[in-house]
Design a protein around this ligand. Structure first.
Ligand code: S3P
Length: 419
């Protein structure tokens, strides 16, 4: 059965985290509309409130009062980031330069994720940061910081973001040079909040300074959520799905380029370009998809979409390869293995060579008794879409994790799927 119709995806999760967390460093008041109501962003809001931030509903939005780093000198404040790596990593950057001692912890999945990638540059800037063999909990003692010139080993917007946010209170400029372009929300929002970051290719230079909130901010829709309907529309005959008011930053919409080259019909209409490009996107089935090569440079722009793209490529003719996707090993689960095992359990030809992921299609799924998402929200949604495409109904273990990023997934699924 096809997917047909239009929907408004939830507010972008990456932008939502930053709106909330960067308010810790900014003065002024901002009315946010469309903030994501997902569990991860709630973890950032809890952290914001634990540090003394005020946020209250106003109309259909949330009014946030900037804290301008004016919080008590906490000695050993524990902040539970629950499942949210973005909360922990960006908060580490924010806290590195403010006096006090903070302990950032999380759930069992977050406790397995690497934190040395943010701890190292923050230490180089002058903060005291300790971890449990590179993993949470992180203890941060804020100190006066100095700007650094840093080239992260991983292509990570969270690492870049943490260093830039720490740099706001540092002495001197902070430079970050990336190996590959990652999502640009931290630098865009710093500039939108009257800070100063200059981007020259892959090099960013930040001048320290205070941030000031704009009076209002309308959060664009999340492409990483919308992808769970736009991608299946590309491989399900008769489908045509439109995501309205979606973020269109090129560092987030790599999956649309990939679907286009695999043979789907993709159209985009930009409705606004500031502070982030936003608009409507339609994906329409345009005949059977064909396999493609997703290059290492493209990977950061599709890092969260690889599970659902991998599902699409099991339905495409021929081989698809995703080059150098080892960062997937460090997500909520080892997503490289989860993709291989769970799509493999459906009878798809999926394998890993070194750090590359391969699929060979098209595949008619064999339906097992159950599937296991490992409580990884993006895996759970991918498996859900695989089962809808195959019109099969079996349990997905850990599907309750979907609320981590997409609370109204089920509602949108019911409105788009033409039963
Ligand atoms: C994010 C960046 C990405 C992404 C994550 C959100 C962000 O992680 O996978 O879901 O908001 O900065 P990395 O920066 O670790 O690649």
């Amino acid at each position: 059965m096809p997917f047909i119709g239009s929907f408004v995806p939830p507010g972008d999760k990456s932008v939502s985290h930053r709106l909330v967390l960067m308010s810790l460093l900014a003065q002024g008041e901002m009315l946010i509309t469309g903030l994501s109501g997902c569990e991860d962003v709630n973890s950032s809001l809890n952290a914001f409130r634990a540090l003394g931030g005020q946020a209250r509903p106003e109309g259909s939005g949330l009014k946030i009062k900037g804290l301008d780093s004016q919080w008590s000198n906490f000695d050993g404040l524990e902040i539970d980031c629950r499942n949210s790596g973005t909360t922990m990593r960006l908060l580490a950057g924010i806290l590195a330069g403010v006096p006090g001692r903070y302990i950032l912890d999380g759930d069992d999945q977050l406790r397995r994720r690497p934190m040395e990638r943010v701890a190292e540059p923050l230490r180089l800037m002058g903060a005291r940061v300790s971890s449990q063999s590179g993993r949470p909990p992180l203890t941060i003692e804020g100190r006066p910081l100095s700007g650094i010139d840093y080239s992260p080993a991983e292509a990570s917007a969270q690492v870049k973001g943490a260093v830039l946010l720490a740099g706001l209170s540092a002495k001197g400029q902070t430079r970050v040079t990336e190996s590959k372009a990652t999502r640009t929300h931290t630098e865009n929002l710093i500039n939108h909040f009257h800070g100063h970051v200059v981007t020259e290719g892959l090099k960013l230079t930040l001048s320290p300074g205070r941030l000031r909130l704009p009076p209002a901010f309308d959060t664009p829709g999340d492409p990483s959520s919308a992808a769970f309907f736009l991608v299946p529309a590309a491989f399900t005959p008769g489908s045509r799905v439109t995501a309205l008011n979606m973020l269109l930053s090129p560092t987030r919409t790599g999956f649309l380029k990939i679907l286009d080259r695999m043979g789907a019909r993709v159209t985009m209409t930009m409705t606004s370009d500031s502070p982030e490009p936003t608009g409507d996107v339609t994906v329409e089935y345009g005949g059977p998809l064909t396999g493609t090569v997703v290059t290492a440079d493209e990977v950061p722009s599709v890092i969260d979409e690889i599970p659902i793209l991998a599902l699409a490529s099991t339905q495409a003719e021929g081989q698809t390869v995703y080059r150098q996707v080892d960062e997937l090993r460090f997500k909520e689960t080892d997503r490289l293995m989860s993709i291989r095992h769970q799509l493999g359990a459906l009878g798809a030809r999926v394998w890993i060579e070194g750090n590359d992921l391969f699929t060979e299609g098209p595949t008619s799924f064999i339906i097992p008794k159950e599937l296991d998402s490992g409580r990884d929200h993006r895996l759970a949604m991918t498996l859900s879409m695989a089962l809808y495409a195959a019109e099969a109904h079996i349990p997905i273990i850990g599907a309750e994790s979907i609320g981590i990023s997409y609370p109204n997934f089920e509602e949108h699924l019911n409105s788009l799927w033409q039963k």
